[in-house]
Design a protein around this ligand. Structure first.
Ligand SMILES: Cc1cc2nc3c(=O)[nH]c(=O)nc-3n(C[C@H](O)[C@H](O)[C@H](O)COP(=O)(O)OP(=O)(O)OC[C@H]3O[C@@H](n4cnc5c(N)ncnc54)[C@H](O)[C@@H]3O)c2cc1C
Ligand code: FES
Length: 278
């Protein structure tokens, strides 16, 4: 059994707060038993709606916040309404019951040689990066951080930005141009990469596949460290169904399939075969 698996529990959670934070986005605060292990940034949970039997499968969500307050363990998730499962979740009220399996997967790791971190987020991909900022940078290692946040509209961008306050630089990009740069957040990063010191910088990224794929193209063979958290569709979340595999390269360049839930969701961006047909 690996180190991560040892700490995984299935817990009964109770919603203590649910609020709309931007159009189509809501913040869930869930009270968990104190036995739930503290997650590391980049880990996720499988969340099951116990109030509505219409969605049998759990849904994966990155940890956005985790804290102990007045003896209560509280997990926060930032959710986008994507389809039926998340729509039903968004309708739960305070007191609603959920099943929480986690913490799952491997989180972000920072190389000891790194002197500066760049966070690149697309939409709710900001969730694990905000948690990273809270846990790693503010508690473990106070490295300088620059954040690039991409969103569809200014309302979503403003909501994402709220957890990135206190950084010396936060760049915003929106698809509709209503806040910050009008266009892809990777285009803004492209400018930054022209002047940054590759050897001492590490990029951590999470967002839609189109963004992470564009990032992989942008980095090419620049010698800059980069980890990316992937958002594949998942069924079991624990490595049993093989439903979330992605093509990767091993140390010899041979292609092997890995499970995003068990082997990831965080990977070295150069490990992924981005042009694989499926
Ligand atoms: C490791 C991980 C962490 C995630 N963290 C978050 C998070 O913090 N906040 C958040 O809002 N979402 C997160 N997601 C995505 C979230 O799990 C999906 O949006 C959700 O499962 C969709 O469920 P649904 O029933 O509402 O949609 P469905 O009806 O199942 O699908 C609706 C639409 O969403 C797309 N979709 C379904 N599953 C995923 C997925 N896993 N990733 C991307 N798109 C998907 C479908 O292709 C479809 O277009 C994460 C996914 C993974 C794998
Ligand atoms: S979701 Fe089942 S193996 Fe990853």
């Amino acid at each position: 059994m690996n180190e991560n698996a040892k700490n995984v529990t299935i817990s009964a959670g109770q919603i203590i707060g649910i609020c709309d934070v931007a159009p189509g986005h809501f913040l869930l605060s869930i009270k968990l038993p104190g036995s739930f292990s503290a997650p590391v940034p980049g880990q996720f949970v499988m969340l099951r709606n116990l109030e509505n039997g219409e969605t049998l499968l759990s849904r994966p969500f990155s940890v956005y916040g985790f804290r102990t307050e007045n003896g209560q363990t509280i997990l926060e998730l930032l959710c986008r309404v994507a389809g039926r499962g998340t729509r039903l979740l968004s309708r739960l009220g305070a007191g609603g019951r959920v099943g929480v399996l986690g913490p799952l997967g491997h989180g972000f790791t920072v190389d000891a040689a790194v002197k500066r971190i760049i966070l690149l987020a697309g939409g709710v991909g900001a969730a694990p990066l905000a948690f990273f900022l809270q846990e790693h940078v503010r508690r473990v290692s106070p490295l300088p951080v620059t954040a690039f946040l991409g969103a569809k509209t200014s309302e979503i961008a403003t909501m994402l930005q709220a957890r990135f306050t206190g950084l010396s630089v936060t760049h915003l990009a929106t698809d509709d141009g209503s806040a910050g740069y009008h266009g892809a957040v990777t285009d803004m990063l492209s400018e930054e990469l022209q002047t940054c010191d590759y050897e001492s910088t590490q990029i951590l990224a999470c967002g839609p596949t189109a963004m992470t794929r564009a990032l992989a193209r942008l980095l090419g063979d620049k010698p800059i460290r980069c980890q990316v958290s992937l958002e594949e569709r998942m069924a079991c979340g624990v490595g049993a169904c093989i439903g979330c595999v992605v093509a990767t390269k091993d140390a010899y360049g041979e292609m092997i399939y890995k499970r995003v839930c068990k082997d990831g969701p965080v990977f070295d961006i150069r490990e992924i075969v981005w042009n694989h047909p499926f």
